[in-house]
Design a protein around this ligand. Structure first.
Ligand SMILES: [Zn+2]
Length: 233
């Protein structure tokens, strides 16, 4: 995220100077343009995250972030350099199409980085506080569901900042208690196989079907008898 800055910041300057992109055409008051820019960057990051799961080439790299067997702030930093490199053209497109100024880009980066650290962290907030916070921003319990070894749970909660995108797309999932989640990807669930060098090489190897264990079988969950007090919604 910070490494892309030397490429993206001059591009945002070019966009500003030449009035490129959607927001620059609308000639909005400065603060409205800034707010919309930050919101639209957050929304298009949701789309990028969705694509990293759905496009096989992108998933090869993004899976390395998901194979981490415990979720903590260090997970937030474990993105494969291949994914970071592939995200630069996406970011450039965001800046040009939306019409992102340098200041909007810097404000967004200042907000999104702590947000990603926060929702990957293992801080245990009282569930009542998380329920409240979760209406607006992505929280650790909510993002923990996205790191579950169960496919349909991972295929939810793609937002990185505001929760509203998952809500609007019907991809919000809050009905799994944190203590029942196993973190990781079934195909790569052996700690011996997810050491640093293995993970670096993973995108370049033949891929296993991600959502079944190597000895076959898909993880399943029954949440029918979980008391409501332990759930986010
Ligand atoms: Zn993901």
């Amino acid at each position: 995220m910070l490494m892309e800055r030397p490429a993206i910041l001059p591009l945002a300057q070019f966009v500003e100077t030449h009035n490129l992109g959607l927001l620059k055409q609308l000639r909005l008051p400065r603060w409205v343009e800034l707010a919309l820019a930050v919101i639209l960057l957050d929304y298009t990051l949701y789309i990028w995250h969705y694509l990293t799961h759905r496009v096989p080439l992108l998933w090869r790299f993004h899976v390395t972030h998901h194979v981490d067997l415990d979720l903590d702030t260090s997970t937030a930093l474990r993105f494969h350099f291949g994914e970071l490199a592939l995200s630069v053209p996406w970011r450039a497109a965001q800046v040009i199409v939306i019409g992102i100024s340098p200041i909007a880009y810097l404000i967004w980066q200042t907000l999104v980085f702590p947000s990603i650290l926060f929702h990957h962290s293992n801080v245990e907030l009282p569930i009542s506080m998380e329920r409240w916070l979760n209406r607006l921003i992505v929280t650790p319990r909510m993002h923990g569901i996205h790191h579950s070894i169960i496919e349909e749970e991972t295929n939810s909660n793609w937002s990185s900042g505001l929760t509203v995108w998952d809500w609007l797309h019907g991809t919000l999932k809050l009905n799994v208690p944190q203590d029942q989640i196993t973190i990781g990807v079934p195909a790569y669930h052996d700690p011996e196989e997810v050491r640093f060098t293995d993970v670096l090489a993973l995108p370049f190897r033949k891929q296993r079907p991600s959502w079944t264990f190597p000895d076959d079988g898909k993880p399943v969950r029954d949440i029918s008898d979980v008391p409501k007090t332990r759930l986010l919604p």
